[in-house]
Design a protein around this ligand. Structure first.
Ligand code: AGP
Length: 604
């Protein structure tokens, strides 16, 4: 996730670098800074690490500056390179802008600005902000930024510095965090509290639509109307390590809490008039309209997301969708023709087996569409098209928010292809738009209850996860999460398969995690739960709120809100992640870096 840091009130260039160092944990691919001296703007930005940026700055590090802004970029629009790194500038090289988030309407704005004579040099959405501020600047920087943000759709946290405006820097936010503070001499703003708490622990979290004007040692907050608003100061008790994790104990739990935002970011700019718009697939409509088979290839958690795609797509129309783990697919003698679409899913975009499978597909003349989180990763370079999940870097090895982001994008993709075939599902599109809020409410209201349930199961050595239909892959993913971070044997099965063997495992020492939400397979799941109960297994059932039918037959319940059945995998996924997290946490394990696992599996 991108990081922003800035200060005003005097200091050295090196302090901008020090601020960025404290944001490094967020993950990034390039870094840059901007400051002004005697009406001239200095910008230094490069692909790579903050230490590389420090080397480029070399003798400038000790320079005295009045103010500066700095950024670590995690690419979303445009590959990671020096031009796309932030700060971005206007035509006159007077204005520097750093930005976190996604400007949804940047293409339209860019066209308009170009027609007005502005010249663009990068592929970023951010650059439009610099040109908009240039357009509106009339001596008052706050007013120019205020007018610029009124033109923006999407999400942003921005910082703006103008070479001709010595005494202030401006920040603004919508849906992407910014925190402001001052220590009497200087004032500061950053995308999280980590780089701020060494200066002051009394901070203001900007709210959506607000702007902050920072001057030496003071700052003011404004509404987008320009009206000044009172500050709500919060005192931060965290130390720097805890601050990196937003006050959470581990990145994993922080990332689970980011899932509602991830869903919303994945949807941003991809829905218009209750239809899915995937600009990334431009030029492919005719090809997609003639596709009669979809092959999905992926590993681990990404494979489970692929399985859910299959169930969801088939719920829209009968279709031939095959999902295969890449380490098997790559050795198969697969039939691929011009009517086959291959979807390769990989959070990292670097998974060796998936890349080999992509090679196989391409060698047989097939087309590959990548679903990835890492802009410019090998998979995205090897594939003809990519739809990014925009989840921001995932730091915990166990995939959580990236999985939810993959599901979101895969649902959009399924709807998009279905629309090309003549389908129309405004109800589903609308329900996806409501999902971030539903997911947020679910996490807030359930995290303690799930922790409580998990606390009862910390001592067990074996678990069986079962589900049916679209919730069967959720059982596989739930079991994988528990294995990965708590080193507990957990197996996932189609509930209907129990009687064909796995049921022999069950006894009072082998708990069952069963997904029995209110879908068309609910009655079948009830029977399966009763079967497991008859073998004395303890049952934790994931149910729809208000469902008391199984009260006497289960030991514990995790309740989900009532949803259209196709949305359950999102919340079941989150519920199982929370369960695994709390079991592992109760055992005091190294949750973010489990033994024997790597974030990017680049070996075969
Ligand atoms: C997820 O928790 C795992 N660490 C792992 O299964 C992962 O999903 C798999 O290695 C695939 O990674 P990718 O999405 O980066 O290709």
């Amino acid at each position: 996730m991108c990081g922003i840091y800035g200060f005003i009130g005097g200091g050295k260039v090196e302090e901008l670098i020090n601020g960025l160092k404290k944001l490094e944990y967020r993950g990034y691919d390039s870094a840059g800074i901007a400051f002004a001296k005697n009406g001239e703007l200095f910008v230094e930005k490069h692909t790579g690490k903050v230490d590389q940026l420090r080397e480029h700055l070399n003798s400038d590090l000790s320079k005295r500056i009045n103010s500066g802004i700095a950024h670590t970029r995690w690419a979303s629009h445009g590959i990671p390179n020096d031009l796309n790194a932030h700060p971005q500038m206007d035509c006159q090289h007077k204005i520097a802008v750093v930005h976190n988030g996604i400007i949804e309407n940047y293409e339209q704005l860019k066209e308009t600005l170009k027609a007005e004579g502005h010249v663009f040099v990068s592929q970023t959405d951010t650059e439009v902000v610099a040109h908009l501020v240039e357009k509106y600047f009339n001596g008052d920087l706050l007013d120019a930024v205020r007018k610029a943000i009124l033109d923006l759709d999407g999400t942003y946290a921005i910082g703006v510095l103008h070479a001709d405006v010595k005494d202030e820097i401006i920040f603004a936010r919508r849906k992407s965090p910014l925190v402001v503070t001052a220590d009497g001499k200087r004032s500061y703003c950053a995308s999280d509290v980590t780089p701020l708490i060494s200066s002051s622990r009394d901070v203001v979290f900007l709210e959506d639509g607000q702007l902050a004007r920072l001057v030496a040692g003071e700052y003011e907050i404004f509404e987008s109307s320009g009206k000044s608003v009172a500050k709500t100061i919060q005192h931060i008790e965290w130390d720097e390590k805890a601050a990196e994790k937003g006050g959470y104990k581990h990145f994993m739990i922080k990332e689970i809490h980011e899932e509602p935002r991830v869903i919303s970011d994945a949807i941003t700019g991809r829905i218009s008039e209750k239809k899915v718009v995937l600009k990334e697939l431009k030029g492919w409509d005719n090809y997609l309209k003639n596709v009669n088979k979809i092959n999905v290839i992926a590993c681990g958690t990404s494979y489970h997301a692929g399985l859910i795609f299959k169930y969801f797509f088939e719920s829209l129309r009968p279709f031939n969708v095959e999902v295969e783990v890449s380490s098997e697919y790559r050795y198969r003698n697969v039939l691929i023709d011009e009517h086959t679409l291959t979807i390769a899913i990989s959070q990292s975009g670097e998974t060796a087996d998936t890349l080999e499978s992509v090679g196989l597909v391409k060698s047989r003349g097939g087309k590959v569409l990548a679903i990835s989180n890492v802009v410019g990763s090998t998979l995205t370079r090897e594939s003809e098209k990519t739809v990014y999940i925009n989840a921001g870097p995932e730091i915990s090895v166990a995939s959580t928010k990236a999985y939810i982001g993959q599901l979101t994008v895969l649902y959009l993709l399924a709807l998009y292809i279905d629309e090309l075939f003549g389908g129309n599902h405004p109800d589903i599109v609308e329900s996806l738009q409501k999902l971030p809020e539903i997911a947020d409410n679910f996490i807030i209201s359930s995290v303690e209850a799930i922790k409580e349930v998990a606390s009862k199961y910390v001592g067990y050595e074996n678990f069986m996860y079962i589900g049916r239909g679209i919730n069967y892959p959720s059982a596989l993913e739930g079991a994988l999460k528990l294995k990965e971070i708590s080193y507990t044997n957990a197996v996932g099965y189609q509930a209907g398969e129990l009687k064909h063997g796995p049921i022999a495992l069950l006894d009072e020492k082998f708990p069952v995690m069963a997904v029995a939400v209110n879908d068309q397979l609910y009655n079948k799941m009830m029977s399966n739960i009763l079967e497991t109960k008859a073998r004395n297994a303890h049952v934790v059932a994931v149910l729809t709120e208000g469902d008391l039918n199984l009260k006497e037959s289960i030991n514990d319940a995790i309740f989900l809100p009532k949803l259209p059945s196709y949305l359950y995998p999102f919340l079941v996924g989150t519920a199982f992640q929370l369960f695994a997290y709390h079991v592992a946490d109760a055992r005091d394990l190294n949750i973010d870096m489990p033994r024997n696992l790597a974030k990017s599996v680049t070996i075969e």
